[in-house]
Design a protein around this ligand. Structure first.
Ligand code: ADP
Ligand code: G6P
Length: 495
């Protein structure tokens, strides 16, 4: 068994399988903020990533990805249904996002959550070398820090939550609230996106577990668990370099031509998720078409919505509603060869995403609630000529860092319409000034700065930080693997 001094434990592995245009199989980065954040960071680091490969068969043996070892954790069909689709994505996900959809509670889901968390903890315990740092990610794995500490007290354990951590009124609904809190407290450091989340956590620990807790430290048994805010980010330089590439610029020009050379291109890029405010955005756009404030002849909306968690009922309903609304709007307002909305559900590679960002005069990022939202940051990083207006929800974690965006409350339809019009018609000098300020912020606060601040708090020797935060200069390789058909079939079922 190969062991590593750094182990990342996350439900989702950073690679997804796809079929290249020539029919060959290839792995590519899975869509989603967690992977987008961690993948560039770990590249060329001798770490192990413990995660699920997206299927329900036996765990496939995966090749190393850019030097990072992949260690798969298998899920059975019951685990998939009750852990991933159930407790993680139908109980915790909606609860943590302001209950914008009703969280569901089933005792069977809790059994599966415990079982799968134990499997992840056992796998992490196997692959961690003595004294290693193990960095556990996100809401699928709240119990892993506690389980892992019991198995391997020699480890330094970090936990980071990529999604919002809700206020006590909401979290208190959870039948298993005490166990979840205790599980997280198995870590040495519990990190959140925002200070408010750390505050919520401290309040809950004091209230539910009766432990001494401040917004920075919690005492449990004979240990101190530190807590804090570490807003996650992107590889800003990588996105900027990609967007500046001549082939990407040429692709952006081509896209504009294919879109009919409109005066304004509005872009949205989301996972198909009810937290992203897609329906509210479509409604705002449709009302602007009705009132004549926006005309299809000179403005187009490109909505990229990659399907996600496709077997979860709330996601199926959302997709149907979005597609019906896109069809209605196109039917009513489109013209031959000029749809009002260009609707795309495909996953794109990074260069294509960069080209889309480059072509967008307005980027509409209007989630009802979002832990951070890296799409907003990617857009800013890609605007290498300082143009482009970012329309951003106040309820995205990134709004706290990007106050120069055109901020909107996506629950307020009139406000959303006004924000969209303000972004569409902003004076170029104003747009430029705002974009410059946001770009300057992201140059400093990139993914390496995030890792540095989190890992130096976790591992005070500093060794790990030096290794991880020195930019690698090797090109991004897309590994290929000849036979992964079993994985692909199951991946569709997963997410
Ligand atoms: P979430 O983590 O909730 O999905 P984020 O905005 O934080 O939201 O992260 C989404 C990530 O997924 C971004 O890095 C974005 O580039 C990527 N992504 C979104 N849609 C696609 C797509 N169609 N193809 C490839 N990557 C995508
Ligand atoms: C969010 C979550 C991640 C998750 C991603 C994609 O970013 O915080 O943990 O991996 O969404 O969702 P999926 O269910 O496909 O893993």
């Amino acid at each position: 068994m190969r062991q590593s001094s750094l182990v990342v434990v996350a439900n989702r592995l950073p690679i997804d399988d796809s079929v290249a245009p020539d029919g060959a199989c290839e792995w590519r980065r899975s869509p989603g903020g967690l992977v987008s954040a961690l993948h560039p960071l770990l590249r060329h680091t001798p770490a192990t990533w413990v995660g699920w490969a997206g299927g329900t068969g036996p765990a496939p043996t995966l090749p190393d990805v850019d030097g990072v070892r992949m260690r798969t954790v298998p899920l059975t069909p019951d685990d998939l249904r009750d852990h991933y689709e159930g407790f993680a994505n139908a109980t915790l996900w909606p609860l943590y996002h302001d209950a914008v959809e009703q969280p569901q509670h089933h005792r069977r889901w809790w059994e599966a959550y415990q079982r799968v968390n134990r499997r992840f903890a056992e796998t992490a315990a196997e692959v961690a070398e003595p004294g290693a740092v193990v960095w556990v990610q996100d809401y699928h794995l709240h119990l892993v820090p506690g389980l892992l500490r019991a198995l391997r007290p020699d480890l330094r354990i970090g936990f980071f939550l990529h999604v919002p951590f809700p206020p006590p009124e909401l979290f208190m609904q959870l039948p298993r609230r005490a166990e979840l809190l205790r599980g997280m407290l198995g870590a040495d450091l519990v990190g959140f996106q925002r200070a408010q989340a750390a505050h919520n956590f401290a309040q809950l620990v004091a209230k539910v577990l009766h432990l001494p807790a401040t917004d920075r430290r919690i005492g449990i048994d004979d240990r101190v668990v530190r807590i804090g805010a570490f807003p996650v980010s992107i590889d800003t330089a990588e996105m900027a370099a990609l967007a500046a590439r001549p082939d990407v610029a040429a692709r952006a020009a081509r896209l504009r031509q294919d879109l009919g050379r409109p005066e304004h291109v509005i872009l949205s890029v989301d996972r198909m998720d009810y937290t992203k405010g897609i329906e509210q955005r479509l409604k705002a756009y449709s009302e602007l078409l009705v009132s004549g404030h926006v005309k299809v002849r000179d403005t187009v909306l490109v909505q990229v919505a990659v399907p996600s968690r496709e077997r979860v009922g709330q996601y199926q309903i959302l997709r149907e509603r979005v597609e019906r609304e896109v069809g209605r709007i196109n039917g009513e307002f489109g013209r031959v060869g000029e749809p009002a909305i260009h609707y795309l559900t495909q996953p794109f590679d990074r260069a294509e995403l960069a080209a889309l960002y480059r072509v967008a005069d307005v980027m509409a990022v209007t989630p009802l609630r979002d832990g951070m939202n890296l799409v907003a940051k990617e857009y800013v990083a890609a605007r290498v000529d300082d143009t482009g207006a970012l329309l951003l929800s106040e309820f995205a974690g990134s709004a706290a860092e990007l106050p120069q965006a055109y901020l909107v409350n996506p629950h307020d339809l009139e406000g959303l319409k006004e924000g969209l019009l303000a972004a569409l018609h902003a004076a170029p000098a104003d747009v430029r000034e705002r974009m410059r300020a946001m770009r300057a912020h992201l140059r400093e606060h990139d993914i390496r700065a995030w890792a540095r601040s989190y890992l130096s708090a976790l591992d005070q020797t500093g060794a790990l930080v030096d290794r991880l935060t020195t930019p690698g200069d090797a090109p991004v390789a897309v590994p290929t693997q000849p036979d992964r058909s079993a994985v692909r079939a199951d991946r569709r079922a997963g997410g």
